[in-house]
Each structure stands twice: as C-alpha cells, then as structure tokens.
Ligand binder design. Structure first.
Ligand SMILES: Nc1nc2c(ncn2[C@@H]2O[C@H](COP(=O)(O)OP(=O)(O)OP(=O)(O)O)[C@@H](O)[C@H]2O)c(=O)[nH]1
Ligand SMILES: [Mg+2]
Length: 220
C-alpha cells in the first residue's frame, strides 16, 4: 500500500490552483469527485459498493485522505481498484495543491472516475476548492436530519447529497422528507439520493447519476 505524506501548499491562491487542476482533469477526461462528510458516515463503505457495482463499466480510482492510518486505502485496494493513502500533516481538509500531489502519486492513466475521500468533518473541507469537477456530501441517518441547519456551507457547496444508512431509519428519528426540504432550501440544485450501502437500496439511482456525470464530463 502506497502512503504519502503531503506538504502544505506553497502557492497563495488555492482557487487558481483548483481551477487549473479542474481544467487539466477535463482535458484528460477524468471526473474527480470530492466526497465529504463527518467521520464514520459511510464514505468508504459507499465507495466500496459503488466500485463493485460499476467496475465493469468505469475505471475508478480513490484518493484516500486521512490524518493517520491507511485502513481505508487498503479496503479499496482489496477490491482491485487503484488507490493511494495520503496523510494531511494534521490538517482537517484537502486543498487543490494537496489533491494534485495525491493524484500525481497515484496516477490517473485510463481512469474515468476518481474519488477524493476527504478528511472526515462537515466544516473545513467545504471551505477549500480541491479542483474536483463535482462535490458530493454524505449525511448518514444516525447523524440526524437537522445537519443542514447546523452546517449550511457544506450543503451549499455540494452538487449532490447522499443520505446513507437508510436501513437504520427505523431506529432513529430521522425525517427523510424534512431533511430533503432543509437541504433544498439551502441549495435548490442539489441532487439527493437516499441509499443503504449495506442492503443496496437506492444504489442504482446514485450509480446512474455517476455514469451520467462521467460521460457528460468527457463530452465537454
Ligand atoms: N447499517 C449500515 N451501516 C453502514 C452503512 N454504511 C456504512 N456503515 C457502517 O458505518 C461505519 C463507518 O463506515 P465507513 O464506511 O468506514 O465510514 P467513513 O465515512 O469512511 O469513516 P471515516 O473514513 O473514518 O470518516 C462502519 O461500521 C460501516 O459498516 C449502511 O449503509 N448501513
Ligand atoms: Mg473512510
């Protein structure tokens, strides 16, 4: 398992670096999705199931960002997908320069769809453009349907919201409709998916969206 230690970005303008990276990824025909959520919401589990379901249709790679450990990248690599673990030098988010370092170390040859599993938290990652083509956030049922009220920026910055662990709806007071309404109020264009990576419920709609966005990215 390849693990690299990232260095803080030296350039002052993250936004310009992010835009440059996005354009390069467009030229290459690789859609990069920045996946954000709080710790333990189910990012790696969702990615694992998505890779298993789509591996015959899309070449998928995953850049795993964490402060410590390589467990997530090991889980992805065990599925036969390309993956690399990057350590963020204690930082609670990835920026464009760090994302570039990670992608270059991992390699993007023949990759259609790359995911960046960002560091787990609902605040810092929303504040930094990573250069991704799409931002996706996960909210899991046990976290509660009030999160749009508490972390509005994350919902505003995301192109899609994946509500995970819906197999656990019976155990929590999570109102799916209320959550949808709150998210749409902050961001009327957000795409919302409700899934269980455990049972497979709702996965097809999410995967169809990924396929549609990957071909739209290549066609640009
Ligand atoms: N019931 C249920 N449990 C799930 C589901 N998805 C993930 N989990 C469980 O939630 C826990 C955390 O899942 P991970 O996929 O590791 O979450 P993560 O967001 O990648 O965690 P970090 O990388 O540590 O932030 C694990 O025990 C999973 O088995 C789901 O759809 N249903
Ligand atoms: Mg994870």
């Amino acid at each position: 398992m390849k693990v690299i230690e990232l260095h803080k970005s030296v350039t002052a303008s993250n936004d310009a670096d992010a835009e440059a990276l996005r354009q390069e990824l467009k030229q290459r025909g690789t859609l990069l999705i920045n996946l954000m959520s709080s710790p333990g919401s189910g990012k790696t589990t969702l990615l694992s199931r998505t890779i298993q379901d789509l591996k015959d249709e899309l070449k998928i790679a995953v850049l795993e960002a964490d402060i410590e450990s390589a467990v997530d990248a090991e889980r992805i690599e065990a599925l036969g997908a390309r993956s690399i673990q990057v350590h963020t030098d204690g930082m609670c988010h990835m920026d464009a320069g760090m994302t570039r370092q990670g992608l270059e170390a991992m390699g993007l040859e023949q990759i259609d769809l790359a995911f960046l599993e960002n560091v787990g938290n609902l605040i810092c990652p929303a504040e930094y453009d990573t250069g991704a083509g799409k931002n996706v956030m996960i909210l899991s049922v046990p976290e509660g349907d009030d999160k749009p009220l508490k972390y509005p920026l994350m919902f505003q910055k995301s192109d899609a919201l994946v509500i995970t662990k819906i197999d656990a709806l019976g155990y929590f007071d999570f109102d799916l409709e209320q959550c949808r309404k709150r998210a749409l109020k902050l961001n009327p264009n957000i795409q919302i998916f409700a899934v269980s990576a455990k049972t497979g419920d709702g996965m097809k709609k999410w995967e169809d969206w990924l396929k549609k966005e990957t071909s739209a990215w290549k066609a640009q």
